[in-house]
Design a protein around this ligand. Structure first.
Ligand code: ADP
Length: 334
């Protein structure tokens, strides 16, 4: 697969495989290049964290996975099936197996339905008889910690943010999906509640045998939950690899800069390299070559002339950079 920027794809075993995904939004001012040839895959049982600054195309990528946004081009395969070719009714069936939870849980729940009814209604796609749906709803609400009668009769606006996210998780898992797409599911919650929800997702992941795609701008959150992490910048993949490796020894200067811009890095590492200055360029007219070059202190002429392909930098760690960082301290090559 060399030369296609897909060196990090792991073949037919993936439950989800996204290849050369492009999502563009034409408008009066030009075309927003939201996602530009993004490729990644997720093996069954894995959690992939997708990180990057706001506007880098994380949500658009997630929405295209479920075909909630139409891809301009590219291929998305779920459980062996190319979803861009599926008809609408087939897509509805597939979405049962690809559930999603969102940043604003209250807004994602029907305001006029009780907690119990929200989960029961979500189960309509299964075609199960009413009594069975009621039982499944009660079971899954108990698993998310809302089994008590005083919760099941409540309306979404009577719940805290954390409780509402628990309901959204219950509704998603009740239908026994294979994949759970979490789009910034804890960003709107208090820090103490964030940890509870992350733990809940981790616990239920094992219990429901789930594969998870977890989108967040917060690197700390992604680190806790992910097996692999994919770093995006301005619609492109910068880096992909094992979460521990990527966080300990980022290969892409953008990953390094992101890590430096949050207080989770180990101060002992003492890296005084690139930090994230300036704004992200407009996705209407991204820079030539490497899109990060206008903010990258390591950029050279080649970076403007030639787009770097995603390639293996260290075993299992891939980056799209002509001049990747090579050591744990994040130093550039001599
Ligand atoms: P992220 O999730 O990383 O914050 P998004 O995927 O939401 O980023 O957005 C990527 C880019 O696409 C942004 O520049 C955003 O403004 C743009 N965008 C997203 N949705 C639309 C849309 N429906 N129409 C036009 N532009 C959009």
């Amino acid at each position: 697969m060399a030369g296609s920027g897909t060196a990090h794809l792991r073949g037919d075993d993936a439950l989800l495989s996204v290849q050369d995904l492009v999502v563009e939004y034409p408008g009066k001012a030009g075309t927003v290049q939201a996602v530009s040839k993004v490729s990644f895959d997720v093996l069954p049982g894995e959690t992939l964290g997708i990180v990057g600054e706001s506007g880098c195309g994380k949500s658009t990528t997630g929405r295209a996975m479920l075909r909630l946004d139409r891809a301009t081009s590219g291929r998305i395969r779920f459980d062996g099936e190319q979803i861009e070719q599926a008809g609408e009714s087939r897509m509805r069936t597939l979405r049962r197996h690809m559930q999603m939870i969102f940043q604003d849980p209250v807004a994602s729940l029907n305001p006029r339905r009780s907690v119990k009814d929200i989960v029961v209604e979500g189960l309509a796609v299964t075609g199960a008889p009413a009594a069975e749906r009621a039982k499944t709803s009660a079971d899954v609400l108990a698993k998310v910690g809302l089994g008590d009668d005083r919760f099941t009769g409540m309306l979404p606006r009577q719940l805290s943010g954390g409780q509402a996210q628990r309901v959204a998780i219950a509704r998603a898992l009740a239908v026994n999906p294979r994949l759970l797409l979490c789009d910034e599911p804890v960003s709107a919650l208090d820090v103490s509640v964030q940890a509870q929800i992350l733990n809940l997702i981790s616990d239920l992941k094992a219990e429901y045998d789930l594969t998870v795609v977890f989108i967040a701008h917060d690197l700390g959150v992604v680190r806790t939950i992910s097996d692999n992490v994919m770093v995006m910048y301005l619609g492109k993949v910068c880096e992909f690899g094992d979460a521990v490796e990527v966080y300990d020894a980022p290969a892409h200067p953008y990953t390094r800069a992101l890590l430096d811009s949050v207080p989770l890095t180990d101060p002992d590492k003492g890296f005084a390299g690139p930090s994230l200055e300036g704004d992200m360029p407009s996705p209407l007219s991204p820079p030539s070559g490497c899109r990060f070059r206008t903010r990258c202190p390591l950029a050279q002429d080649r970076c403007a002339e030639e787009e770097p392909e995603v390639r293996e930098i260290r075993k299992g760690q891939y980056a799209a950079c002509h001049f990747p960082l090579t050591s744990a301290a994040g130093e550039e090559p001599a």
